[in-house]
Design a protein around this ligand. Structure first.
Ligand code: TRP
Length: 366
């Protein structure tokens, strides 16, 4: 068994959608089942969600169960992965406070994610401190569990970069001989289409506020409605016209979801995406046919997810039990790291008999 440890997570601000699925969730299940990892931690980052939803705690509170149900329904298995709730692990706050010493305001302002969110929300010096410093708290999330691998979407790269910097600073200052903290690496999906799945309207990103998401919990009927109305190629007016696949959302989704046997099952006229794309570009393939194919492919993935979700929905108390068990276990792991961190920082006074003896000797000699 390797020493590799996974930590990843999501903010509970809404149900998870198929962008989350291809960008990260699907990969997590593969990693969880690979047997390659000593531990897999999956965090519901409610405290981080509060950094920009602090006026709306009810939203965060209601979405914890949604995200937990989404996790379980895609196949995250509590016997193999530890699901935890961030706010219930005070050790993370403790680490955040010490790591904050190692980061400058200028560095946070240069963090591309923070920078763009500041711009988007029009913040100046009125930015809430908790929001501004969440990269530090995310570093605590990752390092508390000694994570080596963080499977997330590419939008999280700046957070990982910041985490690695904090780890290096900490180890250099406090534990140069035997590093206490581990530098994490990001695990991105290998398929380009999965890196950032656009919204059904063709806009850059799926987002709840744009109403362009297909949720893992959507029923078949709404999935079909969303696929039917999907953005394709605005110049492809007649079936016989040549079509464009570049920037055509239906094709981007197909690239992310088509499996080896999808053509044989649902569109035997073709045998690969390359063939279908060539035919579409040549002309003669209608958008509706492509959409029906996409719908079948999506449904094959979503049907078992939906079924598992309905099972778990029958026992919400049981789901909270899973979360509590995971959180309790995670808290113990985080406490061990806090102990090591405090020892390295020499702020473990009550566990440090040698220090007491040394100091006693100093006074005896006076
Ligand atoms: N920032 C992540 C997101 O917005 C959620 C998150 C919080 C996270 N803590 C984490 C992801 C630690 C990976 C590791 O989706």
């Amino acid at each position: 068994m390797s020493d590799k440890i996974i930590l990843t997570g999501d903010r509970p601000t809404g149900r998870l959608h198929i962008g989350h699925y291809v960008g990260s969730l699907r990969n997590r299940v593969v990693l969880q089942n690979s047997g390659e990892f000593k531990k897999v931690f999956i965090m519901i980052a409610d405290a981080q969600a509060l950094t920009d939803n602090f006026k709306n705690p009810e939203k965060v509170r209601q979405n914890i169960i949604e995200v937990a149900l989404d996790y379980l329904s895609v196949g995250i298995d509590p016997a193999k992965a530890t699901i935890l709730i961030q706010s219930q692990i005070p050790q993370l706050t403790e680490l955040t406070f010490y790591y904050a010493d190692l980061v400058t305001v200028a560095r946070l302002q240069r963090n591309p994610t923070v920078k763009s969110e500041i711009q988007m929300r029009g913040f100046n010096a009125d930015i809430p401190v908790g929001f501004f410093t969440y990269p530090i708290s995310q570093t605590a999330d990752i390092t508390a569990f000694k994570a080596t691998d963080v499977p997330v979407g590419e939008d999280q790269e700046p957070m990982l970069e910041q985490a690695r910097e904090i780890v290096r600073s900490f180890n250099r200052i406090y534990s140069p001989d035997k590093p206490v903290l581990i530098e994490p690496k990001i695990d991105l999906p290998s398929n380009q289409a999965c890196l950032r799945l656009p919204g059904t309207d063709g806009k850059a990103k799926m987002s709840k506020s744009l109403g362009n998401c297909i949720y893992l919990s959507d029923d078949s009927k709404s999935v079909w409605e969303k696929v039917r109305n999907m953005y394709t190629d605005p110049q492809h007016l007649q079936v016989s016209d040549p079509g464009h696949v570049e920037g055509n959302t239906v094709f981007t989704y197909l690239d992310a979801f088509v499996m080896e046997d999808s053509f044989a099952k649902y569109w035997p006229e073709f045998s690969s995406m390359d063939e279908l794309k060539a035919a579409y570009e040549h002309g003669g393939i209608g958008d509706m046919k492509c959409k029906k194919f996409l719908y079948s492919v999506l449904e094959e993935t979503l049907t078992p997810i939906r079924a598992r979700r309905h099972e778990y929905e029958k026992d919400i108390a049981g789901v909270y039990e899973i979360l509590k068990k995971g959180t309790d276990e995670a808290r113990e792991v985080a406490q061990k790291t806090v102990d090591e961190v405090k020892a390295a920082m020499k702020i473990n006074y009550f566990d440090d008999d040698a220090m007491v003896r040394e100091q006693q000797a100093k006074y005896n000699n006076q």
